[in-house]
Design a protein around this ligand. Structure first.
Ligand code: 9D3
Length: 475
């Protein structure tokens, strides 16, 4: 992909450049992964004395930045393109990790930093697409806020962080704060490292860390803790029908899903979850009435829906969705990793994209099917390939909503356990992250069902359906 361009309109360009240069962000600029273009608004004033501010009409304390220099500086960087333009202001929407992820998908961003008491409203109306604050405290200008945003956005862009520093799953997202950590020496100023961390007992260590996280979150961030507890309660309820609902339980446990709707009756639960990261809804319902209610609440930007009942499928097909397939869920409930017999398996890189596209898109889904999804999965580090003497013969991966899939082995190389090894390999990667591996087998795919059973997966009792949103202009 082309490098992401950050333009910053400011009265203090050197503050931005000098502030970011010595950091990870500065290194990404040197590598050519991103670019920083700090533009001095004062260069664009038509005033002979370089003035960019004036008194506010109607009176009041302080000065305002005038519209003309701001507008001309904006046009100089944005031209006639429609560029996402962020005005840093205490009146903006509070900046969050979700917003950072959203901005990280843009190829170009303009940051407008205010000074004095603000900027003439007319130019804001003309050029600004998003108004953002970094929190409820008072700064002297927008520059530090822009730097905070650029830092948080840039680290989500592939190639900005070095190898091993993945931004993919962040503990934050699970609604729990991180646990305390310790390094050598074992005793420092008379204080010992907690005994359990030296025990080598990994499940005990994990349990201790979870408990520390919970206590910290409850004490310091009651807002996060309340959401954590709500999700834990829902996971426990869904576990009554684990095989049918593992996708919802895992989306909640991995910190991906938000609860948009929940209704309970005796032992049954109606739930609408939304994974904003990939635009996928997950629904289960008691009856048509709650089903209709949930369908009314589907987010406008949702791209797909997973439904656990046939009547929900029918409600959604009446509402801009079409069925893309009927599936059974399979899940692997053990904690032990699986043996991987075939040795030549590794994570794929973007160089391997043509191979996966050939089989997954062109041959699998039909010629010309967009490879964008596969590229995104490779970039996320979620695709793995099997090789025979260096030649690729198959692949498997983790879908964006978190299920295991995209399993494929070329015809001449089948029947020698390569598919089983690929799947076992992906299962092991998921177990390492503390996930319960699960996947979706298309109804009637007996070969796949046999493989899942052989690997020790359990199969859901009921069918479930993937639906795709039909875009308005294709109806
Ligand atoms: C009369 C009220 N003004 C002074 C208290 C309002 C005011 C204008 C401009 C207050 C601060 C600023 C400068 N701040 C920013 O430009 C800014 C900011 C911030 O102050 N806090 C959190 N996020 C941001 S984003 C931009």
């Amino acid at each position: 992909m082309d490098m992401t361009k950050f333009h910053i309109l400011t009265l203090f360009p050197e503050m931005i450049l000098q502030g970011l240069a010595p950091s990870v962000i500065g290194r990404a600029v040197e590598k050519g992964v991103i670019s920083l273009n700090a533009v001095d608004i004062r260069d664009y004033t038509l005033d002979r004395h370089g003035k960019v501010d004036d008194y506010p009409y109607g009176g009041g304390a302080g000065m305002l930045m005038q519209a003309q220099p701001v507008y001309d500086a904006y046009r100089a960087v944005a031209g006639d393109r429609r560029v996402r333009t962020i005005y840093l202001t205490p009146q903006g929407r509070p900046f969050t990790q979700d917003m950072a992820a959203d901005f990280a998908r843009e190829e170009e961003l303009v940051f407008l930093c205010g000074h004095y008491e603000g900027i003439d409203e007319r130019v804001l109306e003309r050029v600004v697409t998003d108004q953002v604050s970094i929190g409820d405290y008072v700064l002297t200008g927008g520059e530090l806020a822009a730097m905070v945003m650029i830092d948080a956005i840039a680290r989500l862009i592939p190639g900005v962080l070095g190898n091993g520093e993945s931004a993919e799953e962040e503990s934050f997202h699970n609604n729990l704060l991180e646990y305390p950590q310790y390094s050598r020496p074992e005793i420092w100023q008379g204080v010992r490292v907690p005994e359990v961390l030296l025990s080598g007992n990994h499940s005990k260590i994990a349990a201790w860390r979870l408990e520390q996280s919970r206590q910290r979150t409850a004490a310091r961030r009651p807002d996060l803790y309340a959401r954590y507890e709500e999700k834990q309660r829902l996971i426990r309820r869904l576990s009554g029908e684990k095989r049918n609902h593992i996708h919802m339980m895992e989306s909640l446990a991995r910190g991906r899903a938000e609860i948009l709707y929940e209704a309970r009756r005796e032992r049954e639960t109606a739930v609408l979850l939304y994974d904003r990261g990939c635009g996928i809804c997950m629904m289960t319902a008691l009856d048509g009435e709650t089903g209709e209610k949930m369908a009314d609440m589907l987010p406008a930007d949702a791209r797909m829906a997973l439904v656990s009942e046939a009547f929900l499928r029918d409600i959604l097909t009446g509402r801009q969705y079409r069925v893309s397939g009927e599936f059974r869920q399979v899940l692997y409930t053990r904690r032990e990793t699986l043996p991987v017999k075939h040795k030549e398996i590794r994570q794929l890189s973007e160089d391997d994209l043509p191979y996966v596209c050939k089989w997954y898109c062109d041959e699998g889904r039909g010629p010309g099917v967009d490879c964008g999804y596969v590229r995104e999965r490779i970039r996320a580090g979620a695709m793995y390939g099997a090789f025979l003497e260096g030649r690729q013969v198959g692949f498997a991966g983790i879908h964006d909503e978190g299920s295991l899939g995209m399993l494929y082995v070329e015809e001449p190389f089948r029947g020698r356990g390569i598919a089983a090894s690929l799947e076992a390999y992906v299962v092991n990667r998921m177990l390492e992250r503390g996930w319960v591996p699960y996947g979706h087998v298309e109804a009637g795919n007996a070969a796949s069902e046999r493989l899942q059973e052989k690997l020790g997966f359990y199969k859901a009792e009921k069918s479930f359906w993937w639906l795709e949103k039909v875009l308005a202009n294709t109806i």
